[in-house]
Ligand binder design. Sequence first.
Ligand SMILES: Cc1ncc(COP(=O)(O)O)c(C=O)c1O
Length: 389
Amino acid sequence: MDQHPATRVVHQHTPALPTSRPISVPIYQASNFAFDDPDALADALNAPDQGFAYSRYANPTTRALEETVAALEGGAAAVATASGMGAICSALMGVLRSGDHVIAHSCLYGGTYAALTYLREHYGVEVSYIPGEDPAEVARAVRPNTKMLYLETITNPVTRVVDLPAFAAAGKQAGLLTVVDNTFATPLLCRPIEHGADVVVHSVTKYLGGHSDVTAGILVFADQERYRHGWHHTMEMGAAIDPFAAWLTLRGIQTLALRMRQHCANAGRIASLLDAHPAVEAVHYPGLPTHPDHEVAKRLLSDFGGIVTFDLAGGRDAGYRFTKGLRLVKLAASLGGVESMTLHPASTTHRQLDADALRAAGIGEGTIRLSIGIEHVDDLWSDLDQALA
Ligand SMILES: Cc1ncc(COP(=O)(O)O)c(C=O)c1O
């Protein structure tokens, strides 16, 4: 059929690759897929493993990311989302109903705390916060309507490490679903599903992406049944990731092992140097023997992560002057990129917490969070040291 140019420009040629395949995952920047068979289209809209129909439901590039992270986490399957908060809210809202109760660690990312507060105020979801030091806290907090235990592997920002196997077992005993935010640890340092978690969430924006150029999240499910429910819910809520963000993340993940090794080595060195500095009151790094969870961290993590948090002796004013005095380390809201970053949690990432919640989370006026990058450690220390001076 000889077509008009107006038709030809619309219906472009898609090359088939009969004898080779691309080394890197292509970006399927398509919102929509064409079918020959109407039944196949209907099937693809009904289930995540019946083909690709519409990218809010499933997309080949996104699927490559989901399968990569599910395998890294040792989960059955994963659903990638447009942000870490998209993954967290989907994990919460996919399970909780009005009147349900959640037990959560008192030290969580401020956005998660805000989401739980929102669910309480708008949907009557009850929330109890526990210190995360003794697994018996779970049984003490359980109510007849408790549905979920929510934890972070390494907490933001003061790097507490709960005894995940013991807490997940206590949750299981009470019939709760355990959700773990594994953003700080990444699956290279800890695989929460192996320790009893049912759902793992990530802000992919951080270490998985790794280059401060993508905003994304992911949910990993321990079993297929929960995955199917989670896929359906996330798709209906419209939290889907864009294929280009999925591709950037896949590219970032290829160097995750190398980056994590350098993040951890640099962070361990910086933590020790800060610990010996007179302007520093306390250093929170799970790799330090003085950290309250050092023994748990040694058991649970294969390394101690790239986040070093510390308390400056001079309080908020010292914190302000310190972050202003840095030249190499960037003052920035996020973390987990190749470049070192810092911020003052009480006034930024955890501004949603009132004074009591800040105290419960261990965040002081002079607390500074450092996301240690992969630069040469001597250059990092030289910048931190001059800012401390
Ligand atoms: C531990 C943790 N979880 C979740 C999030 C939210 O992720 P996103 O900003 O990608 O929505 C953050 C963001 O800082 C975080 O630090």
